[in-house]
Design a protein around this ligand. Structure first.
Ligand code: TMP
Length: 217
């Protein structure tokens, strides 16, 4: 029987360097012979990506109700789990996912103020006990992240999505909710200081992955 793969998630607020580092994690594991399925949330499959579009659409004409936002996150997740994540884990691949349910507790919970108990009910309903084996939390103060993001928006002239338009108080609450979850589950989470140099961040990621690889193989 094939050994079930491992499920690794990367989390953090906006502008902490997730895209660069998720690619680093993928490359690091592949270089050690691990089959990796790289994916993201919300999204990861064509239908789940269509839900992502709805969620990120910055159009102001009709506000998105926060319960509808929460349910759409989990609708996308149900699709992603059944079509991509679970089949990959079952064939023995390691899934590296850019955000997962900790983002829901941080953004819809911390940011929007939805009670964690309600989010936990949906988590149980959709995931039926499936949780990541390892969560790498890239932590940075929202003020530092904002400086980075503003440079990016200027350089690329891209429009801010619905979440990127939120204020600093929203991102402070998101950060705190992430940290609270990391402190409550230290065996699953590793907090990485994302304010240090990229080399420093990647050395910390590599050291954590090395330890887990030895433990899991
Ligand atoms: P990103 O992938 O570019 O970071 O954009 C996804 C956005 O969606 C980001 O602002 C965080 C947000 N998000 C939530 O609010 N809840 C969730 O459960 C997930 C997965 C993402």
């Amino acid at each position: 029987m094939t050994k079930r793969g491992r499920f690794i998630t990367l989390e953090g607020g906006e502008g902490v360097g997730k895209s660069t580092n998720v690619a680093f994690v993928e490359a690091w594991l592949k270089a050690r012979g691990v089959e990796v399925e790289l994916t993201r949330e919300p999204g990861g499959t064509p239908r789940a990506e269509a839900i992502r579009e709805l969620l990120l659409d910055p159009t102001q004409a009709e506000p998105l109700d926060s319960d509808a936002e929460l349910l759409l996150m989990f609708a996308a997740r149900a699709q992603h789990l059944s079509q991509k994540i679970v089949p990959a884990l079952e064939r023995g691949a390691w899934v590296v996912c850019d955000r997962f349910t900790d983002a829901t507790f941080a953004y819809q919970g911390g940011g929007r103020g939805i009670a964690s108990s309600r989010i936990a009910q949906l988590e149980q309903f959709v995931q039926k006990g499936l949780t990541p084996d390892l969560t790498l939390l890239l932590d940075m103060s929202p003020a530092a992240a904002k400086t980075r993001l503003e440079g990016r928006f200027r350089a690329q002239q891209t429009q801010r999505d619905r979440f990127e338009q939120e204020h600093e108080s929203f991102f402070n609450a998101v950060r705190q909710a992430y940290l609270d979850r990391a402190i409550a589950a230290p065996e699953r989470f590793t907090i990485i200081n994302a304010e240090q140099s990229l080399d420093g961040v990647q050395a910390a990621l590599a050291s954590e992955l090395e330890e887990r690889l030895t433990q899991w193989r």
